[in-house]
Design a protein around this ligand. Sequence first.
Ligand SMILES: [Mn+2]
Length: 207
Amino acid sequence: MKLFYAENRLYRLVGNHDMVYMNQKFVEKTLYTYFDKITGKDAPLFPGIEFTEGLILKHETTEQEIFMMHGHQADWMNYVGWKFNRFMVRVLWRQLQIFGIGDPTSPAKNYKELIKVERRTKRWIVENKNLFTIIGHTHRPRFPEPGDIAFFNDGSCVHPRSITGLEIENGEISLIKWQISTTEDGILKVQRVLLEGPQKLIDYKTE
Ligand SMILES: [Mn+2]
Protein backbone atom coordinates (compact mmCIF):
# COMPACT_ATOMS: atom_id res chain seq x y z
CA MET A 1 0.00 0.00 0.00
CA LYS A 2 2.96 2.24 0.69
CA LEU A 3 4.17 1.72 -2.90
CA PHE A 4 0.71 2.54 -4.26
CA TYR A 5 0.64 5.67 -2.11
CA ALA A 6 4.04 6.76 -3.42
CA GLU A 7 2.58 6.59 -6.95
CA ASN A 8 -0.52 8.59 -5.96
CA ARG A 9 -2.69 5.54 -6.52
CA LEU A 10 -3.98 4.85 -3.02
CA TYR A 11 -7.31 6.23 -1.85
CA ARG A 12 -8.81 5.30 1.48
CA LEU A 13 -12.50 5.48 2.32
CA VAL A 14 -13.65 5.27 5.91
CA GLY A 15 -16.08 2.59 7.03
CA ASN A 16 -18.01 2.00 10.21
CA HIS A 17 -15.07 0.26 11.85
CA ASP A 18 -12.56 3.04 11.14
CA MET A 19 -14.51 6.29 11.40
CA VAL A 20 -11.73 7.56 13.70
CA TYR A 21 -9.73 8.24 10.52
CA MET A 22 -12.02 11.20 9.85
CA ASN A 23 -9.93 12.80 12.62
CA GLN A 24 -6.80 14.09 10.87
CA LYS A 25 -4.85 14.31 14.14
CA PHE A 26 -5.39 10.58 14.66
CA VAL A 27 -4.36 9.82 11.06
CA GLU A 28 -1.20 11.87 11.49
CA LYS A 29 -0.34 10.09 14.74
CA THR A 30 -0.97 6.54 13.49
CA LEU A 31 -0.32 6.50 9.74
CA TYR A 32 2.11 9.23 8.67
CA THR A 33 5.01 7.18 10.04
CA TYR A 34 5.80 3.71 11.35
CA PHE A 35 8.45 2.42 13.72
CA ASP A 36 11.23 0.71 11.82
CA LYS A 37 12.53 -2.11 14.05
CA ILE A 38 15.85 -2.35 12.21
CA THR A 39 16.89 1.29 12.36
CA GLY A 40 15.01 1.94 15.59
CA LYS A 41 13.56 5.13 14.11
CA ASP A 42 10.24 6.38 12.81
CA ALA A 43 10.09 6.12 9.04
CA PRO A 44 7.52 7.64 6.64
CA LEU A 45 4.54 5.41 5.85
CA PHE A 46 1.70 7.50 4.38
CA PRO A 47 2.83 11.09 5.00
CA GLY A 48 -0.05 13.53 4.46
CA ILE A 49 -2.67 10.84 3.74
CA GLU A 50 -6.32 11.84 4.11
CA PHE A 51 -9.37 9.65 4.38
CA THR A 52 -12.62 10.45 2.67
CA GLU A 53 -16.21 9.24 2.93
CA GLY A 54 -16.70 8.87 -0.79
CA LEU A 55 -14.87 8.86 -4.09
CA ILE A 56 -15.97 9.64 -7.65
CA LEU A 57 -14.10 8.12 -10.57
CA LYS A 58 -14.61 9.81 -13.93
CA HIS A 59 -13.90 8.06 -17.20
CA GLU A 60 -11.48 10.14 -19.30
CA THR A 61 -13.33 9.90 -22.60
CA THR A 62 -16.98 9.09 -21.83
CA GLU A 63 -16.99 11.25 -18.63
CA GLN A 64 -19.16 8.58 -17.02
CA GLU A 65 -18.98 8.77 -13.24
CA ILE A 66 -18.62 5.97 -10.72
CA PHE A 67 -19.54 6.71 -7.14
CA MET A 68 -17.89 4.77 -4.33
CA MET A 69 -18.46 4.68 -0.60
CA HIS A 70 -18.07 2.14 2.15
CA GLY A 71 -21.83 1.67 2.52
CA HIS A 72 -22.43 2.11 6.25
CA GLN A 73 -23.97 5.45 5.29
CA ALA A 74 -27.17 3.48 4.56
CA ASP A 75 -27.02 1.92 8.01
CA TRP A 76 -28.19 4.28 10.78
CA MET A 77 -26.65 2.45 13.74
CA ASN A 78 -23.30 2.22 11.97
CA TYR A 79 -23.29 5.78 10.62
CA VAL A 80 -24.65 7.82 13.53
CA GLY A 81 -23.99 5.34 16.32
CA TRP A 82 -20.52 4.15 15.34
CA LYS A 83 -18.98 5.16 18.67
CA PHE A 84 -21.64 3.23 20.57
CA ASN A 85 -21.26 0.25 18.23
CA ARG A 86 -17.49 0.28 18.62
CA PHE A 87 -17.94 0.30 22.40
CA MET A 88 -20.40 -2.62 22.19
CA VAL A 89 -18.02 -4.61 20.02
CA ARG A 90 -15.03 -3.92 22.26
CA VAL A 91 -16.70 -4.47 25.61
CA LEU A 92 -19.56 -6.88 25.05
CA TRP A 93 -19.01 -8.82 21.86
CA ARG A 94 -15.40 -9.79 22.66
CA GLN A 95 -16.83 -11.67 25.66
CA LEU A 96 -19.78 -13.20 23.79
CA GLN A 97 -17.48 -14.31 20.99
CA ILE A 98 -16.22 -17.11 23.25
CA PHE A 99 -19.71 -18.62 23.09
CA GLY A 100 -19.83 -18.26 19.32
CA ILE A 101 -22.08 -15.21 19.18
CA GLY A 102 -21.51 -13.09 16.09
CA ASP A 103 -20.77 -9.34 16.05
CA PRO A 104 -24.27 -7.81 16.45
CA THR A 105 -23.28 -4.56 14.72
CA SER A 106 -22.08 -6.21 11.51
CA PRO A 107 -24.56 -6.42 8.61
CA ALA A 108 -22.11 -8.88 7.06
CA LYS A 109 -23.20 -11.36 9.72
CA ASN A 110 -26.84 -10.32 10.02
CA TYR A 111 -29.03 -11.12 7.04
CA LYS A 112 -31.95 -8.85 7.96
CA GLU A 113 -29.67 -5.84 8.37
CA LEU A 114 -27.93 -6.65 5.13
CA ILE A 115 -31.22 -6.63 3.21
CA LYS A 116 -32.18 -3.30 4.81
CA VAL A 117 -28.87 -1.68 3.84
CA GLU A 118 -29.17 -2.97 0.27
CA ARG A 119 -32.78 -1.77 -0.05
CA ARG A 120 -31.92 1.75 1.14
CA THR A 121 -28.90 1.93 -1.15
CA LYS A 122 -30.94 0.76 -4.15
CA ARG A 123 -33.61 3.38 -3.47
CA TRP A 124 -30.92 6.06 -3.24
CA ILE A 125 -29.37 4.98 -6.56
CA VAL A 126 -32.76 5.03 -8.33
CA GLU A 127 -33.43 8.52 -6.93
CA ASN A 128 -30.05 9.63 -8.31
CA LYS A 129 -30.47 8.72 -11.99
CA ASN A 130 -29.14 5.21 -11.54
CA LEU A 131 -25.66 6.56 -10.68
CA PHE A 132 -23.10 3.77 -11.02
CA THR A 133 -22.42 2.96 -7.36
CA ILE A 134 -19.96 0.64 -5.63
CA ILE A 135 -20.10 -0.20 -1.93
CA GLY A 136 -18.64 -2.81 0.42
CA HIS A 137 -19.89 -3.03 4.02
CA THR A 138 -22.36 -5.93 3.68
CA HIS A 139 -19.60 -8.17 2.22
CA ARG A 140 -22.08 -9.63 -0.28
CA PRO A 141 -20.74 -9.35 -3.85
CA ARG A 142 -23.16 -7.76 -6.32
CA PHE A 143 -22.70 -7.56 -10.05
CA PRO A 144 -25.91 -6.44 -11.81
CA GLU A 145 -26.65 -6.81 -15.51
CA PRO A 146 -26.85 -3.66 -17.68
CA GLY A 147 -30.40 -2.28 -17.40
CA ASP A 148 -30.66 -3.17 -13.72
CA ILE A 149 -30.01 -0.82 -10.81
CA ALA A 150 -26.27 -0.06 -11.10
CA PHE A 151 -25.48 -1.27 -7.58
CA PHE A 152 -22.16 -3.08 -7.25
CA ASN A 153 -20.49 -4.59 -4.21
CA ASP A 154 -16.89 -5.77 -4.22
CA GLY A 155 -17.64 -8.48 -1.66
CA SER A 156 -15.15 -9.31 1.04
CA CYS A 157 -11.43 -9.42 1.73
CA VAL A 158 -11.65 -11.24 5.05
CA HIS A 159 -12.29 -14.81 3.93
CA PRO A 160 -9.61 -17.17 5.22
CA ARG A 161 -8.62 -18.52 1.79
CA SER A 162 -9.80 -15.95 -0.72
CA ILE A 163 -10.71 -12.34 -1.32
CA THR A 164 -13.08 -10.88 -3.87
CA GLY A 165 -12.73 -7.54 -5.60
CA LEU A 166 -13.85 -5.42 -8.53
CA GLU A 167 -11.45 -4.54 -11.32
CA ILE A 168 -12.02 -1.70 -13.75
CA GLU A 169 -9.87 -1.69 -16.86
CA ASN A 170 -10.33 -0.39 -20.43
CA GLY A 171 -13.87 0.80 -19.66
CA GLU A 172 -14.96 -2.59 -18.39
CA ILE A 173 -15.73 -3.95 -14.93
CA SER A 174 -15.21 -7.48 -13.60
CA LEU A 175 -15.80 -9.27 -10.33
CA ILE A 176 -12.77 -11.33 -9.44
CA LYS A 177 -11.56 -13.63 -6.73
CA TRP A 178 -8.02 -14.29 -5.53
CA GLN A 179 -7.86 -17.71 -3.93
CA ILE A 180 -5.37 -20.16 -2.53
CA SER A 181 -5.30 -23.38 -4.54
CA THR A 182 -3.06 -26.39 -5.00
CA THR A 183 -1.71 -27.58 -8.34
CA GLU A 184 -1.58 -31.27 -9.37
CA ASP A 185 2.03 -31.51 -8.18
CA GLY A 186 1.24 -30.08 -4.77
CA ILE A 187 2.35 -26.49 -5.18
CA LEU A 188 0.36 -23.94 -3.24
CA LYS A 189 -0.42 -20.78 -5.18
CA VAL A 190 -2.63 -17.73 -5.24
CA GLN A 191 -4.85 -17.72 -8.29
CA ARG A 192 -7.06 -15.09 -9.90
CA VAL A 193 -10.51 -16.37 -10.85
CA LEU A 194 -12.96 -14.38 -12.95
CA LEU A 195 -16.45 -14.54 -11.40
CA GLU A 196 -18.48 -12.00 -13.41
CA GLY A 197 -17.89 -9.85 -16.48
CA PRO A 198 -16.06 -8.15 -18.00
CA GLN A 199 -19.01 -5.88 -18.68
CA LYS A 200 -18.82 -2.47 -20.42
CA LEU A 201 -19.31 0.43 -17.95
CA ILE A 202 -21.08 2.52 -20.56
CA ASP A 203 -23.83 -0.10 -20.87
CA TYR A 204 -25.03 0.86 -17.38
CA LYS A 205 -25.57 4.49 -18.34
CA THR A 206 -29.26 5.42 -18.43
CA GLU A 207 -29.34 9.10 -19.45
MN1 LIG B 1 -18.54 -2.06 7.25
